[in-house]
Design a protein around this ligand. Structure first.
Ligand code: PRE
Length: 508
């Protein structure tokens, strides 16, 4: 084997090692949590000695001489992790929370875990003494407010606490950073509700924080609509016909039922700004409609990250920093939003047939461990024939109808790398699916390097004609263009494409 080949193997082994270390550290965090709850010390000498003995016995002969040295470091890491202050997000059911990921990007000063509790377990939790504090999500924001000794103004006014800190003075402090998160989301998108007529879709917990935030920012009028209320989704177009700013606080459009919207924004002819508190998918159906109508738009991930930032400041005891958010803090929030978007959204490659989408997708999957979906291959699996067979035997329309069904199946998921068929951009209805939860990357290559075997549309129309039809669509859809003019080998193409994506903030 060559050095390069061996290095590919050792890189793969390291990826497995890192994954195993992440898994082990997460378990160590949970053990640390139990120890805190049970009042046990972190260091357990007897346990470490016993483990070391057993690990030496289990180890392959080649690594036996290194086990002690290696595991002394591993135990040390576990203990350091367990000794850190512990914070958490508290809710009833939290299978998809982004909060640990966000707090782990902001800081390594504390560890952050997930607590799922039933209402009758809350008293014991608040009295446990194991946590430095927590974020609180539905349905416990009121319950949390009731258990705090001191409430900051926003929290008291809304009777809603999303951030609890157990102070060194023995008192329990309650804050509401959702309001800051919401105001930050609007401001950073250039949306100013001052003096404007605002419509809030939904009337639950999120809507009340949003209403409070709009009021704080000087909105002239705030109306709420909901299914069975005075203002509902039938009369809202009349009662709120002059709404200028609309905020979606309903779960409609949220993953997995992404192909839904609670109102038709085109019927609010005075509306120039729209924000959605939904953050998964990244671009909801309403948000996409707002964009296409030329409105200013803001997506819910910014609110989520901004409220987490302010909580993080309270968690580390920097109350002054939490109250005065500097421009640098704003930059940090935006950077975390981009990092998370890059991580959570799909990377979806578009471009001419034969431009190297599949090759690049494979490489990204190899580098990141992302699940790879090659829509051409998925097509053959789903329909039992290749795209080119359907096109030749049943016509392009039959193929496109199947392709859209596939797009709706695979594109709303998160964190994948997808390679699409070159012509997916030719159907308007695919735009919604492509934009739903993907960073769209246009792989642009010189026409004379495009591969052309088994490509019936290229054979029929010629590559220039296809390109002329599709060029504007690729460019209009692209969030990022990977423009690789090089005509050399595959390795040169891949290395340049990967460099471009790294510069765009992708963790590859
Ligand atoms: C662990 C860490 C610290 C203890 O001193 C012993 C072992 C480890 O990393 O294996 C885990 C742990 O906390 C435990 O088993 O009690």
């Amino acid at each position: 084997m060559t050095l390069d080949e061996l290095r590919i193997e050792i890189d793969a082994a390291d990826r497995e090692l890192l994954a195993a270390l992440a898994k082990r550290t997460a378990v160590a965090r949970k053990i640390g949590e139990v120890k805190k709850l049970e009042g046990k010390p972190v260091y357990d000498k007897a346990r470490e000695e016993k483990k070391l003995e057993s690990l030496k016995n289990q180890a392959a002969d080649e690594i036996k001489p290194y086990v002690e040295e290696f595991y002394n470091t591993v135990f040390d890491v576990s203990r350091k992790h367990q000794e850190k202050p512990l914070f958490a997000v508290l809710g009833q059911h939290l299978p998809h929370t982004y909060s640990p990921a966000i707090h782990n990007i902001f800081t390594s000063d504390y560890t952050y875990t997930i607590i799922e509790k039933e209402p009758e377990e809350l008293d014991a939790l608040f009295n446990s003494g194991a946590y430095g504090g927590f974020n609180v999500t539905i349905p416990y924001k009121r319950e949390a407010a009731a258990r705090c000794d001191v409430l900051e103004k926003d929290a008291e006014d809304c009777n809603s606490v999303n951030t609890v800190v157990f102070g060194k003075d023995g008192k329990t402090y309650g804050y509401n950073t959702d309001i800051f998160g919401f105001c930050f989301m609007l401001t950073s998108a250039g949306i100013d509700p001052k003096g404007k007529k605002c419509l809030v879709l939904g009337h639950g917990g999120a809507a009340s924080a949003v209403g409070y935030g709009l009021n704080k920012m000087g909105a002239a009028d705030i109306k709420f609509s909901d299914l069975y209320e005075e203002i509902n989704y039938e009369n809202v177009y009349d009662v709120c016909a002059d709404a200028e700013v609309i905020i979606n606080c309903t779960p409609v459009g949220m993953f997995p039922k992404v192909d839904n919207q609670v109102v038709d924004l085109s019927r609010f002819t005075k509306c120039d700004s729209f924000a959605d508190v939904v953050y998964n998918p990244s671009r909801t159906k309403l948000l996409q409609q707002a964009k296409s109508l030329g409105m200013k738009t803001a997506g819910g991930l910014t609110m989520l990250v901004a409220q987490a930032y302010k909580s993080y400041k309270f968690f580390i005891g920097d109350n002054e920093g939490a109250d005065k958010i500097t421009p640098e803090a704003g930059e940090m929030i935006k950077k975390v939003v981009t990092t998370l978007e890059n991580r959570m959204m799909n990377i979806t490659l578009i471009g001419m047939p034969g431009c190297g989408k599949s090759t690049l997708a494979k490489e990204i999957a190899r580098l990141t461990g992302r699940e790879l979906i090659d829509l051409d291959e998925a097509y053959s699996e789903e329909y039992g024939e290749s795209p080119s067979t359907t096109i030749t035997q049943k016509g392009e329309d039959a193929f496109r109808a199947n392709e859209t069904k596939l797009a709706s199946k695979y594109l709303p998921e998160s964190g994948r790398i997808l390679s699409t068929g070159g012509g997916i951009v030719t159907r308007d209805e695919n735009y919604f699916w492509l934009r739903n939860n993907s960073r769209i990357i246009y792989v642009k290559r010189p026409l004379d390097v495009l591969a052309s075997e088994d490509r019936p549309l290229t054979a029929r129309d010629g590559v220039e004609k296809l390109y002329a039809q599709r060029k504007d669509r690729y460019e209009g859809l692209a969030d990022i263009t990977v423009d690789v003019a090089k005509k050399e080998d595959k390795a040169a193409f891949l290395s340049e494409a990967i460099d471009i994506l790294r510069k765009e903030g992708f963790e590859l």
